[in-house]
Design a protein around this ligand. Structure first.
Ligand SMILES: Cc1cc2nc3c(=O)[nH]c(=O)nc-3n(C[C@H](O)[C@H](O)[C@H](O)COP(=O)(O)OP(=O)(O)OC[C@H]3O[C@@H](n4cnc5c(N)ncnc54)[C@H](O)[C@@H]3O)c2cc1C
Length: 380
């Protein structure tokens, strides 16, 4: 097996690293403290071709794979998770459109995402439907030639700034199988009855918008259904098998950022007349972090490569998601520890990495859900 990146992939890494190092550090603290973001930075990233590289050229994308998207994600998150998320989450939902959208839906949405003219988000979670997505209760009822939608969604990434929201709704409540009751509907956010309220006070990734959404008698044409009626749950699982790879790359990027900071600080900081890096306990921590990062990266490279080559392995994706998130939390924790009191202050980058890491074990499937998927694949 050859894990060497091609020249084109190495060029992508170099360009993404240069962009992130050039643009993010000066603004990261301000965005984090003020829980805001400058969308011009997203537009610039789109202009430079970093957004939606996995989208087909027929829809203005670069026609690359999820691996290439992961390479960019890793570089952005290594510099600042909040800005990385604010920029790259703007296509969250395009993966489902690519899989299940009609030609008209793809032409309507995808080119605008790549061009930096529109943002898509995906809304599944509700107050009583988190890990158990089959409990989603937002309803979409056929009324003439429209869907009539009522309900609410929680924790929606980009909810207040999205142009469209791909929403999991109950369309077939009477179906005896709870896995056959839902459908995805594409909702433009400028329709009457749609409201989004920004959630403030997140622990980390505070540059990224998160919102609660309410829908009161929202109407969209019937042809806004994405995929097949009643198949939403299965389509969601297929969607997650792509988007969870993004989370792996976020985690490995964050962990690498933590390692870089730990190396820099422990070489500079002296105690007991010697750099912290000269103590064996520090050296072992650095060695362990580097090994965990390499192992997590190899796991997700293999998982992403298999998806890009049509051989998706859902248990491997769950392994990669759980493991990479866990090592991100551990590496960020160790990096803060090696910074001592300085790591507890938000001016230090490791502090932002530490606060950002936890969400990786929660969103797009908690680590417990990932382990459930893995154990089911083994035990049946
Ligand atoms: C910053 C942020 C952004 C987000 N963005 C989005 C978004 O864009 N779109 C969206 O739809 N959602 C989004 N979410 C929601 C996220 O996906 C959910 O928070 C997550 O799926 C967990 O659901 P929950 O919070 O309801 O927790 P719960 O499902 O209530 O889980 C709580 C705990 O119980 C555990 N648990 C639950 N069931 C079991 C079980 N059967 N066995 C063992 N343990 C179990 C879980 O693992 C977890 O540890 C976002 C969340 C955050 C924090």
């Amino acid at each position: 097996m050859d894990f060497t990146l091609s020249k084109e992939q190495r060029d992508i890494v170099r360009a993404a690293r240069k962009f992130a190092n050039g643009e993010f550090p000066d603004r990261a603290l301000e965005f984090d403290r003020e829980e805001k973001f400058d969308l011009d930075l997203w537009r610039k990233a789109c202009e430079l071709g970093f957004v939606g590289v996995f989208i087909d050229p027929a829809y203005s994308g670069a026609g690359m794979g999820f691996l290439e998207h992961s390479l960019i994600t890793e570089e952005f998150w290594a510099v600042d998770p909040g800005i990385g998320q604010a920029i790259l989450s703007t296509t969250f939902g395009s993966e489902a459109l690519l899989l299940y959208g009609t030609e008209d839906q793809k032409q309507l949405v995808l080119p605008k995402l790549v061009a930096g003219e529109a943002i898509i988000s995906t809304a599944i979670t509700e107050s009583d439907a988190g890990s158990d997505v089959t409990s989603v209760r937002t309803t979409a009822v056929k009324d003439g030639d429209e869907w009539l939608i009522n309900g609410s969604k929680m924790f929606n990434t980009n909810g207040t700034i999205a142009t469209w929201i791909l929403m999991l709704c109950t369309t077939d409540p009477e179906n005896p199988s709870r896995h056959e009751r839902h459908s995805f509907i594409l909702i433009p956010t400028n329709v009457p009855g749609f409201k989004a309220k920004k959630i403030l006070g997140k622990t980390g990734i505070r540059a990224s918008d998160t919102a609660d959404i309410s829908l009161k008698n929202v109407r969209v044409p019937l042809d806004h259904i994405v995929g097949k009626q009643g198949e939403g749950f299965h389509e969601l699982m297929a969607f997650f098998n792509r988007t969870r790879l993004h989370i792996c790359a976020q985690a490995v990027g964050l962990a690498r950022g933590a390692l870089d900071e730990a190396v820099r600080h422990t070489k500079e900081r002296r105690q007991f007349g010697a750099p912290l890096a000269s103590f064996q306990v520090t050296q072992f921590k650095i060695a362990e972090m580097a090994t965990l990062i390499r192992a997590a990266r190899n796991l997700y490279y293999e998982a992403a490569w298999l998806v890009d080559h049509g051989k998706l392995d859902h248990a491997l994706i769950a392994m990669a998601k759980w493991f990479s998130a866990e090592i991100a939390v551990r590496c960020a924790d160790e990096a803060v520890q090696m910074h001592g009191g300085y790591g507890y202050i938000d001016e230090y980058k490791v502090n932002r990495l530490y606060r950002a890491a936890k969400v990786l074990e929660i969103y797009e499937g908690t680590k417990e859900m990932e382990k459930t998927i893995i154990s089911r694949a083994i035990l049946g």
